[in-house]
Design a protein around this ligand. Structure first.
Ligand code: SF4
Length: 72
């Protein structure tokens, strides 16, 4: 089933937890802020996936200290 990940990059505090936890879906930019692999990179980074790694993305979202990652 397809799912979408959104990262509010404006509110991201660049802690690195999400891309450390789940490098298949998230990566850090030059400032350490998170963005979704293959996704948009403006204010809100959005990417859609249909792989079987949704649980990894969920774990990363749940680990974000400022709760700026949304799974839909
Ligand atoms: S875990 Fe949250 S605050 Fe930390 S880099 Fe990822 S999106 Fe940003």
């Amino acid at each position: 089933m397809k799912y979408t990940i959104e990262v509010d990059r404006e509110a991201c505090i660049a802690c690195g937890v999400c891309y450390g936890t789940d490098p298949n879906h998230f990566e850090g930019d030059a400032d350490g802020k998170s963005r979704v692999h293959g996704g948009t990179t403006d204010g809100v980074s959005v990417g859609t996936f249909d792989d079987d790694l949704r649980d990894d993305a969920k774990r990363a979202a749940d680990s974000c200290p400022v709760s700026v990652i949304t799974l839909k």
